[in-house]
Design a protein around this ligand. Structure first.
Ligand code: SF4
Length: 416
């Protein structure tokens, strides 16, 4: 089965107020270089394992954090390292994520990344208005976004994603319309539009709890979603996933692997993987039996085990860059913990991840994977959701209705 590859770069210039990603500010060039060395060691260990050795990699995503905080030479080492150690499909999608505030205007970094095999860039843009960017703690302004897009094009990138956000403190529907129209004027191939989620423990969350942060009313947020969708579709973008829009032929292949619940390997600190194990992970020194962790689906804690051959297995790396690196310097995989994913759980995940896609979950694909139809497993749930007007059958796939799109949480709950 082809797989995807995710590579985590855990460094940012400044921590944004809403962010709970595994990213750290303040690393110097030496620390970054040592981290890149560790990544190459991890690639080496995985490239020798049978789960990966024979498989074709169809999509790579170098994300973070801020990959464009690395030097051009470091980015190039990461991308070249992947190409040398893994079996990349000739047409593999290779994305690097970037923050417009860390893309040098001369474009040296992007040129190095493009020359080393990156063919897609995803820029964190979020909004056009300076006051909103400042409120979010972003380090760039609209002009830097325009310069970063121009630098990416000069380097050779034609496949460009821009990430936008709505439902921000102080944001009006008019602000969001202006942001979407401006983003379209930059002629990207893909636009993601995420609503702000207040993640526990972030400065935004704490300010909200203390009554110091005010979000737009629910109707305004719905209006932003509706108007953004209308503008993007009128410009020829396909709305293919709840938060994602693309020009035809430019759906994000890497994210499709997640939404279709297919296999991927995550490299770097805190990165998650989902693979069919060929040998227990304990052979390589980790995880320790009985270890628990809380960064699993839904944040619930699970007991973990090293895994057995043939099991579909989800696992995740040590979260801190220092402990991650120390494991690799000892010659062992930096896996913190993992859990076997049973058939029933895999079916449920295939449903609730797949329903994020507007094409829905193909009954044919489900049956080919599990040997049983969606209705045979979830007949009662599907009937109830149909009665509530939340899902429908279309062309052999179960998908969200327009009402289901707005109330997707109710649909996912039915399958968990
Ligand atoms: S740039 Fe991205 S990863 Fe870094 S702190 Fe901001 S939101 Fe988080």
């Amino acid at each position: 089965m082809p797989i995807g590859l995710y590579v985590h770069i855990p460094y940012c210039q400044h921590k944004c107020g809403y962010c709970d990603f595994n990213s750290h500010a303040g690393a110097d060039r030496t620390e970054q270089a040592r981290y890149v060395d560790a990544l190459l060691l991890e690639m080496e260990l995985w490239a020798a394992r049978p789960e990966v050795a024979g498989e074709q990699v169809i999509a790579v995503f170098v994300g973070g954090g801020t990959p464009t905080l690395l030097e051009g030479e470091q980015l190039s080492r990461v991308l070249t390292g992947i190409r040398q150690r893994f079996n990349l499909a000739p047409d593999a999608e290779v994305t690097i994520e970037g923050n417009p505030g860390t893309v040098d205007v001369e474009g040296e970094k992007l040129q190095r990344a493009f020359d080393a095999g990156a063919n897609r860039i995803s820029l964190g843009v979020q909004a056009r208005q300076r006051h909103l960017l400042e409120r979010l703690g972003r380090i760039h302004d609209a002009l830097q976004v325009e310069e970063a897009v121009a630098a990416a094009r000069r380097a050779g990138f034609t496949n460009i994603n821009l990430d936008l956000m709505y439902g921000l403190p102080g944001q009006t529907p008019a602000d969001f319309r202006e942001t979407v129209a401006w983003a379209l004027s930059l002629d990207p191939t893909h636009i993601s539009a995420y609503s702000l989620i207040l993640e526990e423990g972030t400065p935004f969350y704490l300010a909200f709890e203390a009554g110091r942060l005010h979000l737009p009313p629910e109707e305004a947020e719905e209006q932003m979603f509706r108007e953004g969708k209308a503008l993007l579709e009128a410009a020829g973008f396909e709305h293919y996933e709840i938060s994602n829009y693309a020009r035809p032929g430019h759906w994000c292949r890497h994210n499709l692997i997640y939404w279709r619940n297919e296999h991927y390997l995550g490299l770097g600190c805190g990165a998650h993987s989902f693979l069919r194990l060929a040998a227990p992970l304990e052979n390589l020194g980790a995880p320790r039996p009985g270890l628990t962790a809380s960064r699993v689906q839904g944040g619930s804690e699970v007991e973990t085990a090293p895994g057995r051959p043939g099991q579909h297995y989800r696992f995740w790396n040590l979260k801190h860059p220092g402990t991650y690196r120390a494991a690799l310097e000892r010659g062992v995989l930096p896996v913190e913990a993992g859990e076997a994913v049973g058939r029933r759980q895999e079916m449920a995940e295939t449903m609730f991840m797949g329903l994020r896609l507007l094409e829905g979950v193909s009954d044919h694909r489900f049956a080919a994977r599990f040997g049983v139809s969606i209705s045979a497993v979830y007949g009662a749930e599907v009937e109830r959701l149909q009665r509530q007007g939340l899902v429908e059958w279309e062309g052999g796939a179960l998908r969200l209705t327009p009402r289901g799109l707005r109330l997707a949480n109710l649909v996912w709950e039915a399958f968990v």
